[in-house]
Design a binder for this molecule. Structure first.
Ligand code: SAM
Length: 256
C-alpha cells in the first residue's frame, strides 16, 4: 500500500463507503495522514453520508467529497498531487460500448503522467451464476429494479405502481449483457400533473430499465489501445468472475 503514500484517492461513482473502507483498512494509520480521499458522486446524500461515516472510522484521513457528474465534470477534481482513480463495482458495465470508449478516453486525457486508474470489472461467467445474481431469492434485485418507478414518481409526480409490474432479468448473450425489464401485469394509464399526455401501457408490454455489460479479458486489453494507458497489474478472485485492473499513465497524452 506504500504506492498510495502522499496521493489523492479519487473514487468515481463512490456510492456508500463499503468498498473504500476495505482498502483504507489495509493502510497503516500513520500512512493515512498523507492520503486524501476524494469521493465523486452525483448523489449529494451518498457523498455526505459516506464522508461522515468515513471520518468517524478513519479520523486521520482527509476527505474532500465532490458532488459532480463523472462524465462531464472531471475538471472539478483537484490535480496538484498524484492521483489514483477508482471506478469500482463494474459501473462501467452500465455504459454502452460507445460510452465506454468516450469515458475511458476522456478520463485518460485528464490523467497526468504518474496517475493510475483502478477499474473494477464484472467478467463473463457461467450463465446460471449470472442468472441467479440478478434473480436472487430475496428479491433484492427485483426491488432495486422496481424502485426506478418510485424515483420517477418522486421526480414527475406520476402514479406508477410497482405492484403492477414483474421484474425480468436475463443474459443477452449476443450483446454480452444482463438486461433488466419491468413487464406490465395489467393495462394501465399513467398520468402526471406536469403533462397533458398520458402514458398508456398494455399488459405484457415492458420497460427496459437497465443493461449491465459483462466483459472479457480481450476487451480489457483493448482498453489499453483506447486510452494509451498501460495495464500494470490485474487482480482476480478464485473463480475468475471479477477483475480489478490497475492502469498507469506513463506519458502525457500527446506522446502516443
Ligand atoms: C453501481 S453504483 C456503484 C457504487 C460503488 N462504486 C460500489 O461499487 O459499491 C454507481 C454509483 O455511481 C453514481 N453515479 C452514476 N452515474 C454517475 C455520474 N454520471 N456521475 C457521478 N456519479 C454517478 C451513482 O449515484 C452510484 O452511487
Amino acid at each position: 500500500m506504500s504506492q498510495l503514500n502522499n496521493k489523492d484517492i479519487v473514487e468515481l461513482g463512490s456510492g456508500d463507503c463499503s468498498k473504500i473502507s476495505i482498502l483504507l483498512n489495509s493502510i497503516p494509520k500513520y500512512n493515512l495522514e498523507n492520503i486524501s480521499y476524494i469521493p465523486v458522486d452525483v448523489s449529494q446524500s451518498a457523498i455526505q453520508g459516506s464522508s461522515e461515516e468515513l471520518s468517524e472510522l478513519f479520523p486521520e484521513l482527509s476527505i474532500n467529497g465532490i458532488v459532480a457528474d463523472f462524465i462531464n465534470q472531471l475538471d472539478l477534481i483537484p490535480s496538484e498531487k498524484k492521483r489514483i482513480f477508482l471506478f469500482l463495482g463494474s459501473t462501467l458495465g452500465n455504459f454502452t460500448k460507445e460510452e465506454v470508449s468516450k469515458f475511458l478516453t476522456e478520463l485518460s486525457f485528464k490523467m497526468n503522467p504518474g496517475d493510475s486508474f483502478l477499474l473494477g470489472i464484472d467478467l463473463v461467467k457461467p450463465l446460471m451464476i449470472l442468472h441467479n445474481a440478478y434473480n436472487d431469492s430475496q428479491n433484492i434485485t427485483a426491488m432495486f429494479n422496481k424502485n426506478i418507478l418510485n424515483v420517477i414518481n418522486d421526480i414527475i409526480d406520476s402514479d406508477f405502481n410497482e405492484n403492477d409490474f414483474e421484474h425480468k432479468a436475463f443474459f443477452n448473450k449476443e450483446k454480452s449483457r444482463i438486461e433488466m425489464h419491468l413487464i406490465a401485469n395489467e393495462d394501465m394509464i399513467i398520468t402526471t400533473p406536469h403533462s397533458e399526455s398520458e402514458i398508456r401501457i398494455k399488459k405484457g408490454e415492458n420497460i427496459h430499465t437497465e443493461n449491465s455489460y459483462k466483459f472479457s479479458y480481450d476487451q480489457i486489453k483493448n482498453f489499453e489501445k483506447i486510452t494509451g494507458l498501460t495495464i500494470k497489474e490485474t487482480y482476480t478472485d478464485a473463480n475468475n468472475w471479477f477483475v480489478l485492473v490497475m492502469f498507469e499513465k506513463l506519458n502525457s497524452h500527446s506522446d502516443y
